[in-house]
Design a protein around this ligand. Sequence first.
Ligand SMILES: NC(=O)c1ccc[n+]([C@@H]2O[C@H](COP(=O)([O-])OP(=O)(O)OC[C@H]3O[C@@H](n4cnc5c(N)ncnc54)[C@H](OP(=O)(O)O)[C@@H]3O)[C@@H](O)[C@H]2O)c1
Length: 333
Amino acid sequence: MKAFIVDKYKKGRALRLGEMPDPLLTDTDVLVQIHAAGLNPLDAKIRDGVFKPLLPYRPPFILGHDMAGVVTRVGPKVRGFKVGDTVFARPRDGRVGTLAEAIAIHEADLALKPKNLSMAEAAAIPLVGLTAWQALVEQAKLQKGQKILIHAGSGGVGTFAIQLAKHLGATVATTTSTTNVDLVKSLGADVVIDYKKQDFSKVLSGYDVVLNSLEGDTPEKSLDVLKQGGKLISISGPPDPEFARQQGLNGVLRLLMRLLSFNIRRKARGRGIHYSFLFMRADGGQVAQITSLIEAGIIRPVMDQVFPFEATNEALAYVETGRSKGKVVVALC
Ligand SMILES: NC(=O)c1ccc[n+]([C@@H]2O[C@H](COP(=O)([O-])OP(=O)(O)OC[C@H]3O[C@@H](n4cnc5c(N)ncnc54)[C@H](OP(=O)(O)O)[C@@H]3O)[C@@H](O)[C@H]2O)c1
C-alpha cells in the first residue's frame, strides 16, 4: 500500500511516499481503508526525533495520528464494528501510521464517525478532541460556573477545547492574534486576549483552570491568572514525574522529567496551584462520546485546509508554521 514514510529521524526531512506492506490484523483489530488523515504538530516532532526517548518508532515507519475511513475487515474477536462501518480514530501509541491507504487499529481505539461530518472533517477530530476531553473532563473536572483560560484558541486543540468548555458550562477566556479574534468568539469564547496587544497575565485573574499549549514563559505567567487551588494543565511541557510514572519510563528519564518541571512545580506549589503535564492517549469510548456531541451540534470541527494525499509534505510544512486556524487534513479519496 502507499504510505508516507519516515526513513530517518531528521529535523524538517521530507517524508517519502512509497510502498509499505499491507497491515497485519490481530484478533481484536479492525482494518480500515483510510479516506482522510488529520495532521498534528506531534507528527513533525516525531519525524524530527524529539519524541524518540518516549516513543521509539524504528525507521522506516509510517507517520500520522488521526484518520477517518471505512472498515474493510475485522478480526475474529471484534464485537463493536463490522465491514462497511464508517469510523474515525487516533490509534494508540506504538501503532500509529495514518498517512497510508490502510491501517489496522485495535477496536478499543475506534468509534463510529459522526453522521453529520465528511471524512475530512472527521479526521480532524480525534487527537485534539481527546486532548481537550482528557484535560477538561478527566484532569480539570471542569464544573459549570468555573473560569478557564485556554491558550492558543485558534489552533487545533484550542478550537475544540473552547467549545467543550462552553458545553461544560465554564466561562472561557482565550489567547489569540488579531486575525483570529472573530473565529474564537464564534466558538463561544467569552473573553478574548489579543496577544499582539495585551499581556494575558496582567488582564486575567481568579481563574480555576489554565489549559496551556504554549512554550517559553507562558506556563509560568499562567500561574498569575490562577486562584489558589487552581489547576495548570500543560500539554506542551515541561513533563512531570507523574507523567513519567504513568508512561513506565526508566529511572534516567524519570529524573530528567523531575528536573525539567522542578521550577514550575515549585512555583505552583508555593501558590497553592496544582501543575500537571498531560500527554493524551487513545480511547475509542471517549471518541464515541465526542461523536454524540458533534451529532448534537454542540461541537463542530474547524477546518483550515484539506490537501491532497500527495501533498502531505506541504501540509505538514503548513502545520509547522504554527499559524493554522483549526485543523489541516489530507484526503486520500
Ligand atoms: N501533550 C499532548 O497530548 C498534546 C496534544 C495535542 C497537542 N499538543 C501540543 O500542543 C500544541 C498546540 O497543538 P495544536 O494542535 O493546537 O497546534 P496548532 O493547531 O498548530 O496551533 C496553531 C495555532 O496556535 C496559535 N498560536 C501560536 N502562537 C500563539 C501564542 N503565542 N498565543 C496564542 N496563540 C498562539 C496560532 O494562532 P495565531 O496565528 O493567531 O498566533 C494558531 O492558530 C503543540 O505544541 C502540540 O504539539 C500536545
